[in-house]
Write a protein of this length. Structure first.
Length: 396
């Protein structure tokens, strides 16, 4: 009954705002450590030097700094239904000056010149400031989280985001810690859903990225025939203005979009509960790589580019990586192992028996679709948590 189509739209509530400048760092830290819902803090970062940042600032002061840019289609330019994931995007390397030129429709913008700004967005996203601005210590000191109770936490422990109008991050939740997001320039729209409504979000692990659980739902334009449970979700909404700081509690789903050219930074705060989540991520990674590697082919269709880079920067091969992770799981005896093709055939037969009256041509389903469906079902966060707790029980 839960999966019956429903036309009722989900409920939306505005995120509460608080002027918290009167709180001491210790009081503020205690408050956010106990908050259970998102909150926007006003008037906390007006003295940050980074409040003067803009695309023009970076073009003038760090014009030759190379950055990686993610390029995706604006929603008005595509017919695609559903979220646009990182594996659907293009990637280029450009200078800060070239990025600024692209924003201003200047043809002299290097590798970004093929991309029409009326059809595409460009996002300098997920840049670890300790790496991107390594040669610019003044930039890193322009971020100071001490007012929030995190003395000594600066840009070195922060992440940088600069996107054009329409640049977005698809709906997901982060598996580790909670999140503080400072909006420095322009405006961003945030949509958030509580973790206790995760079944309404249709969690998926493909495309795979460690510490990110994606939603199959296009939260901005949901297809309730395909994802009827989403109609039951309560969506928290906010537009972050320059100077705002958003608190995102652990495991809250969020979808983010630049309403205009925007710059923000964030920092993730570790929590004791992250230890279990790290085990869950290790098990998830093990299973994803083992199952998808058996399929053969390239990783570009299911592995986010950030993960590909991380793997390429390690001294071991992907195969060795999988072998290392398998040390946490019992190995199957050789006689119980079967080929990828045999497993796919068995799944097809089982689906036919279980769903004889479905209007679905199971035989002609693409093998990749079948495998991805099985992987996303097996690796749902709830099931992985059960597996992790079961594994830990061996030692208690």
């Amino acid at each position: 009954m839960d999966d019956q189509p429903c036309s009722r739209p989900c409920q939306t509530v505005e995120i509460e705002c608080l002027h918290a400048g009167h709180l001491s760092p210790l009081q503020f830290r205690h408050m956010i450590d106990t908050l259970a819902k998102p909150m926007i803090f006003k008037g906390m970062i007006e003295d940050w030097q980074s409040r003067h940042w803009s695309p023009q600032y970076f073009a003038q002061n760090l014009g030759q700094l190379l950055v990686k840019v993610k390029i995706g289609p604006k929603l008005s330019a595509v017919q695609q239904k559903g979220p646009i994931f990182e594996t659907d995007c293009c990637y280029e390397i450009c200078t800060m000056q070239q990025y600024h030129r692209w924003l201003n429709n200047d043809a002299d913008c290097g590798s970004l010149s093929p991309y029409n700004s009326s059809l595409c967005w460009c996002y300098v996203d997920y840049q670890y400031m300790a790496d991107t601005f390594k040669a610019y210590p003044g930039i890193q000191q322009s971020i100071d989280w001490s007012k929030f109770g995190f003395d000594g936490r600066f840009g070195h422990q922060s992440t940088f985001w600069m996107g054009s109008h329409g640049a977005n991050t698809p709906c997901h939740y982060d598996t580790y810690g909670y999140n503080l997001v400072a909006q420095l320039y322009g405006r961003k729209k945030w949509l958030l859903v509580a973790p206790d409504q995760s079944q309404s979000m249709y969690p998926i692990r493909l495309p795979y990225e460690e510490s990110s659980v994606f939603s199959a739902v296009d939260i901005k334009s949901p297809d309730l025939d395909k994802h009827p449970k989403f109609a039951q979700a309560m969506v928290y909404s906010a537009v972050l203005e320059p100077g705002d700081v958003l608190f995102v509690p652990k495991h809250w789903w969020h979808d983010v979009e630049c309403l205009e050219t925007a710059i923000s930074v964030n920092t993730w705060i570790d929590l004791p509960s992250d230890d279990l989540d790290r085990l869950c991520e290790a098990i998830t990674r093990t299973m994803v790589f083992a199952l998808k590697s058996a399929e053969g082919g390239t990783t570009s269709s299911w592995l986010n580019p950030s993960e590909i880079i991380r793997l390429n920067n390690t001294s071991c091969s992907v195969t060795q990586c999988i072998e290392d992770y398998f040390t946490i799981l019992p190995r199957l005896p050789p006689q119980t192992q079967t080929s990828y093709q045999t497993n796919i055939g068995y799944i097809k037969k089982s689906l036919e028996l279980l769903m004889p009256n479905q209007q679905l041509d199971v035989v002609n389903l693409k093998e990749a679709d079948i495998l991805n469906g099985v992987i996303n079902s097996l690796l749902s966060p709830d099931m992985i948590k059960v597996a992790a707790e079961k594994y830990l029980s061996q030692f208690t």
